[in-house]
Design a protein around this ligand. Structure first.
Ligand code: NAD
Length: 278
């Protein structure tokens, strides 16, 4: 009989101070895992770790690192290894989009100002978003995966998106990066398949969070934008999801309940990816 048990596992959650990943970290702590909140924002990481310790009475560290800077991630690994031991679980949650990599128009007519279209995308902004979502997944996997391969056991969870299956308009860099995350999830799963390390991904549907609020809610009126309404209309459950609704799939994927599962991307999306819109 396969058991569900995360007690004393060491779990590193990148972007762990954010909306989705702080909920994920809490769900792991609630099952007895010792969590490391790794985030660019040190104060927020320390705050989330303190909340976890208070709420669940279990060790949690809040540490600052940039997932795009291998040296800074290695420094965190060293500290984690000294304080908690080798890492068992990695959740690659740091990610996001930016207005700098977003076109103003959805579908080009050819008469718009070029800067509002594909032609106006700033390469620097594009690189920032692509790198954060893709290399920000690759680098921590490289750094923390070493512990797992050495122990011949471990789980890496990447956070993908609906954009990975079919791109959303406007956000070319984010879509391309999340598609690359899916591809990399499969690639690394195969590469690690004989080491005891599994690699899977969760593709959340639409949640209202800091990274997409500027696209989905009108700043001035607080009303849904036309884009926000389109999302709700295309989500069969007709609502946004909540971070807590991702945690069941996370707990399944990080535990032995999914022992024979590697290289999959599971949508948790209120039906969005299944719906043709008609
Ligand atoms: P969020 O902005 O609340 O959290 C992201 C966290 O990552 C922040 O705490 C931020 O400080 C941290 N971060 C940013 N750059 C970093 C870096 N270079 N190094 C380390 N940490 C860094 O975002 P969220 O909505 O909770 O998103 C979490 C993940 O879920 C992202 O990968 C996002 O793309 C994905 N996602 C979100 C949605 C959604 O609807 N919000 C949908 C699908 C996928």
């Amino acid at each position: 009989m396969i058991e569900f048990n995360l007690k004393d596992k060491v779990a590193v959650i990148t972007g762990g101070a954010g909306v989705i990943c702080s909920a994920m970290a809490k769900s792991l702590a609630a099952q007895g895992a010792r969590t490391v909140i790794l985030d660019l924002n040190k104060d927020a990481a320390v705050r989330v770790a303190a909340e976890i310790e208070k709420q669940y009475g279990i060790t949690s560290l809040g540490l600052s690192a940039n997932v795009l800077d291998k040296g800074s991630v290695e420094a965190v690994k060293k500290e984690v290894n000294e304080k908690l031991g080798p890492v068992d679980i990695l959740v690659n949650g740091a990610g996001g989009n930016s207005p700098a990599a977003t076109t103003k128009v959805e579908k080009m007519e050819g008469t718009e100002k070029p800067e509002d279209t594909f032609f106006g995308l700033q390469i620097e902004g594009f690189d920032r978003v692509f790198d954060l979502n893709f290399k920000g997944t690759l680098i921590p996997s490289m750094v923390f995966g070493t512990d797992m391969v050495k122990k011949r056991s471990g789980v890496i969870i990447n956070i993908s998106s609906m954009n990975s299956y079919r791109p959303l308009t406007k956000i070319a860099a984010y879509s391309a990066a999340k598609a690359a995350v899916n591809n990399f999830t499969q690639w690394l799963a195969v590469h690690f398949s004989k080491t005891g390390v599994r690699v899977n991904a969760i593709a959340p549907g639409f949640l209202l969070t800091n990274q997409n609020r500027f696209l989905l809610v009108d700043e001035n009126t607080g009303e849904s934008t036309p884009r926000g309404r389109k999302i709700i209309n295309n989500t069969p459950m007709e609502r946004y999801g909540t971070p807590d609704e991702l945690t069941g799939t996370l707990l399944y994927l990080v535990s032995d309940l999914s022992k024979f599962v590697t290289g999959v991307v599971i949508p948790v999306d209120g039906g969005f990816s299944a719906y043709s819109g008609v």
